[in-house]
Design a binder for this molecule. Structure first.
Ligand SMILES: [Zn+2]
Length: 142
């Protein structure tokens, strides 16, 4: 366990490249993804997403090539969903909660700063942003 200021420093060091990574993923989904279905759009609206018409879903073989656990990821308005998880609407819902967090915190960089700090300090999935997504999804889909 490092002192907290060192975690904050580590986040500031990786933040520029992480922001580029997310912006690239968002652009990829905007270019090749599909708009939300009627049901997904209703879910997004119920979460209070300001710009749900901007969201694009991109279906992919894997989210991160180095692991098989992750089924979806939110790059703000670009949501990547693993092809074998498309039937599970709760995954898109969970990722839409993260989209609301990007909006609430003011964009990609401020969201990532908060989220990465949580991952390093609280450890995934114990941070409050991840827990918000888990709890809201559990309430919706039981
Ligand atoms: Zn999550």
């Amino acid at each position: 366990m490092l002192p907290r200021p060192l975690y904050h420093l580590a986040v500031e060091i990786i933040l520029p490249i992480a922001t580029l990574w997310v912006a690239h993923g968002e652009n990829r989904a905007k270019k090749f993804g599909r708009p939300l279905s009627t049901k997904e759009a209703a879910d997004a609206k119920s979460l209070g997403i300001q710009s749900s018409e901007c969201i694009r879903i991109l279906e992919v073989q894997s989210i991160f090539p180095w692991e098989k656990y992750t089924r979806g990821v939110s790059y703000r308005y670009g949501i990547l969903i693993r092809k074998d998880s498309l039937e599970d609407r709760s995954i898109v819902f969970h990722e839409c909660v993260h989209t609301t967090q990007y909006e609430r915190l003011g964009g990609i960089r401020p969201f990532l700063r908060a989220y990465l700090r949580e991952c390093l300090i609280e450890k995934y999935p114990n941070g409050k942003l991840e827990q918000e997504a888990i709890i809201k999804t559990a309430k919706q889909f039981g």
